[in-house]
Write a protein of this length. Structure first.
Length: 398
């Protein structure tokens, strides 16, 4: 199907820009101002003192999106907006963030799954609670823009034609496409944002490389040009502190044949594919191959044991809510850092006693994929356009 790229805001449009203090969001605001837009800067307030008890060396969290460095970030955004004559607001979304991201993150890990907090945050906080907060203080806007590297497009034909056939659908929703700079593409993080929200969303950095953005920021003398790249969520070395609200339950490490190899600290401290921090001696490297929450077991295997022929996904989302309910070919990604792989996506009916969150699908890879982690997202792409996605329920072996 052919697509047209959606136009960026133009002179006179009122545009709300999500600011973090980093170079991407700062340049987004400045580029829009240079286009003659009426720019309004907003920042989410997420951090609550005490969320991470007894956190050492808190300054190391300054460059993460969630942490005690938030006050410094907000001050940098305030100064930037003041210098540029941009109205600025801080929107308090602490409670929504705790419920939708922090609590979800901990519950998923304690269930033996590997969640993606950034995807959850984009859906419910950055493109949800934040915008509700903006409207609650009386701000009306034409567009909402962020510094994500992605594009907004609209198909020239009906949505149903994207999947080749199926139930008729005349909808032509706004859809997310991959950025021109594949090394910085962030479309994967955005796949769960509803189509009605996307109608007013634009990504002004879509056609720039990160190197170009830094160069443009330096040309304009922006302080953000000298700031280190921000980290998503919080660094892994601090996760123990996030889980300190409840005692971990130790259990056994076992091999693929069920032999006990040692003791683990608690399943929330591990994820499929993990090698470091296992504390188990072996003749060859061992990795987390599976996590059995019901029996509180961590299954270890060789690298070859990590490869899967497919996966089952549930909690599916589709552009405009349109479920094709048919098989189709796509490229899929099972994590942000993985390369897209050819796959067949088909409807799946859960077996007896198999639970699912809504409709399910089975994804069969053209080539086996390594470390398919339940709880992570699988995202479907057709011609570089997001065609749907869901949460990985389990991996499928040959």
């Amino acid at each position: 199907m052919e697509y047209e790229e959606l136009a960026l805001p133009s002179r006179g449009d009122t545009v709300v820009v999500g600011l973090s203090g980093g170079v991407d969001s700062t340049m987004t605001a400045l580029l829009l101002k240079e286009r003659g837009c009426n720019v309004i800067g907003v920042t989410m307030s997420l951090w609550t003192e005490g969320d991470l008890p007894d956190l050492p060396i808190a300054a190391h969290l300054h460059d993460s999106c969630y942490g005690p460095g938030e006050a410094a970030d907000i001050e940098e955004c305030r100064v930037f907006c003041e210098d540029q004559g941009i109205p600025y607001h801080v929107i308090d979304v602490k409670q929504q963030y705790k419920e939708q991201v922090l609590d979800y993150f901990k519950e998923e890990y304690r269930a033996g799954r590997t969640p993606n907090p950034c995807i959850r945050c984009n859906r419910f906080i950055k493109f949800g609670a934040l915008l509700s907060g903006v409207r609650s203080i009386g701000i009306e806007y034409d567009y909402f823009c962020t510094g994500h590297y992605a594009r907004m497009v609209r198909g020239k034909d009906s949505l149903s034609s994207l999947y080749g056939a199926g139930e008729a659908c005349s909808s032509r929703p706004a859809q997310i496409a991959c950025a021109m700079d594949a090394t910085k593409d962030q479309a994967y993080f955005l796949y769960r944002i509803p189509s009605d929200v996307l109608e007013k969303v634009r990504f002004p950095l879509a056609h720039y490389t990160k190197k170009e953005i830094f160069a443009m920021a330096r040309e304009r003398g922006l302080k953000a040009a000298d700031r280190a790249e921000s980290q998503d969520f919080i660094p892994s070395e601090y996760l123990d502190y996030l889980f300190s609200d409840k005692p971990s339950v130790p259990g056994d490490f076992i091999d693929m044949d069920g032999k006990v190899l040692g003791r683990h600290r608690g399943i929330e401290h591990y994820t499929v594919g993990q090698r470091r921090g296992l504390g188990v001696s072996a003749k060859e490297p061992l990795y987390v191959a599976a996590i059995d929450k019901e029996k509180n077991l961590i299954v270890l295997g060789k690298d070859s044991d990590l490869f899967c022929t497919g996966l089952i996904a549930d909690d599916l989302v589709w552009p405009a809510g349109y479920n094709p309910r048919k098989e189709f070919d796509a490229f899929v990604k099972i994590r942000l850092a993985s390369k897209p792989v050819k796959a067949r996506v088909a409807p799946y009916t859960p077996a007896q006693r198999e639970t699912a969150a809504g409709d399910s699908c089975i994804v069969t890879f053209a080539d086996p994929q390594r470390a398919v982690a339940p709880g992570q997202s699988v995202v479907f792409y057709i011609d570089g356009i997001i065609a749907g996605g869901g949460i990985i329920a389990r991996a499928c072996k040959a």
